[in-house]
Design a protein around this ligand. Sequence first.
Ligand code: ADE
Length: 456
Amino acid sequence: MSSDTNTTAAVHSNGIQVKPDVIPPRAEQGNFSEVEGQYCVRDISLADEGRRLIDWAESRMPVLLTLREKYSKTQPLKGLTIAGCLHVTKETAVLIRTLAAAGAKVTWSGCNPLSTHDAVAAALAEEGISIYAWYGNGPDFYWCIDRTIDQEPDLTLDDGCDLINTVHERHAEYAKTRVIGGTEETTTGIQRLRARSEAGQLYYPVIAVNDAETKWDFDNVYGTGQSTIDGIIRATSVMIAGKKFVVAGHGHCGSGVAKRASGLGADVIITEVKATAALKGVLEGYDVLPMDKAAAIGDIFCTATGVKDVIRKRHFEVMKDGAIVCNTGHYDAEINLKELEEIAKSKRTIRKNCQEYTMADGRRLYVLAEGRLVNLAAAEGHPSEVMDMSFANQFMSHIRLAEAHTSGDKFPIEVLDIPVEQDQYIAQTKLKTLGTNIDELTEEQQRYITDYNAGT
Ligand code: ADE
């Protein structure tokens, strides 16, 4: 029974390390670049590389740049501190620069242990952003969030609710009295916030950025579709064509992954719990099966459900030799790795983000990026072009929260929708930058569509 991961973590009786301890604490990871009260990043000397990457992303994010130009003149965020907890990527850096250009003081932590791009974090630290983030941040995850809360934020910006939850659970009085509002980026996060709101446990208004049409209909579908396949290929280099590709969850994210896998020649199988989503899978021409059946057939498995234990012991037990398993949902709970580690005989790292588990009967299963979101851990997340719209929604939502606060016209303390006009403005601006023109309704057409007397 052996494992080649070199940490001081706790081990199972079979010798395989228990997942939560796979990433060692910062104190055991060598030198970091730290200025107390200002930043902690892996290596500040990477800043120049990070700046070039951010500049590259910026050249593909024209909507955010349009907003930056407009609001840097009026400074609506001046005097406000925004704490963000969101993947530290080159695209996120463009959002951070835009918030700062509109007057905000910005402090940031990563929202996933394996998604921070260290060069980008270094560049942001050098630009004066109070940032606490590095690739491979496990046990220090909440230490980083705490350092951003130390900066006494007026607004919070989340991807996955970890910051909102920390402020609510550990600083409830501060949340109730000091925080103006927040935003949340993910489907799962919004579901949890609605539950919090229904339970009377939401202490400030939160805008559901995920629910903007210019977010979920593009980022979740095309962004997740491309970046997930990118992550799987970078971690494995396998051919997708001809593979039985099992996508668990046929919501917006899963349907994007299925579409791209199918486009590359895979034979797609969908597993679902929701009848309408399953039916859409059938009409797309995919096989739809329960996971118990799909588990024995699939070559590649990708979870995109927001639910825990979608792939677990009974599934690992029947998988084929060589099966590849990964997750593209926000949380790493979709694949039950603890159960895999309990039944595996040994484990070794084959290449970056690809671990081989050998079963007692000799079958080998491959888990990518420790079951964390494969598109960010093994690739670079969604392309800049699509994050342009998601982050334009984030930015405009913070402007709305700040302006409502300044005008005294406060939002109710609930989960709030994005206004239709914001969606249309972002889509229209994006189209303009693409050089795409669309038609306009004539006055007569306008009248016609609202005329309830107009019949057949
Ligand atoms: N979520 C998915 N892709 C992302 C990216 N490129 N940057 C930040 N958050 C993301």
